[in-house]
Design a protein. Structure first.
Length: 127
């Protein structure tokens, strides 16, 4: 079943370091093999805690902003237009080190929900 959802019609969840909107979830029964959310990270904020998805791949695409990404202990620069693949099980987080909001589209396969996040509270983003 094809379905159109507009970002401004989806309620935002306020989470540590970010605001998150689930656009497609398994509960919606719109997509069988993927899910998607949109995350907004304010300037100076870091997505916390570090997390992984043991049984899911995640691709994120930066719609706006710039910053850094942490993947399994390695920090890299990212900017508008960057696509990042988080392999299943890798520990990751994003930091907005720019001056404008970072907006990120996150795609999961197979479809994921918050129950599929494994939190790594002990992992800090390097300074």
């Amino acid at each position: 079943m094809s379905k159109i959802i507009n970002d401004d019609e989806v309620p935002a969840l306020d989470l540590p370091g970010r605001s998150l909107k689930w656009m497609y979830t398994p509960d919606m029964k719109a997509a069988k093999n993927c899910s998607m959310n949109v995350v907004t990270i304010k300037a100076g904020n870091t997505v916390k805690p570090a997390h992984s998805h043991p049984n899911h791949e995640e691709v994120v695409y930066l719609l706006s902003g710039s910053g850094k990404v942490y993947i399994d202990g390695v920090v890299s620069e990212v900017r508008k237009g960057s696509a990042i693949l988080f392999s299943a099980g890798c520990i990751h987080m994003l930091r907005n080190s720019g001056s404008e909001d970072m907006k990120v589209a996150c795609f999961f396969s197979p479809a994921a929900t918050f129950e599929d996040y494994l939190l790594h509270e002990d992992v800090e983003f390097p300074s």
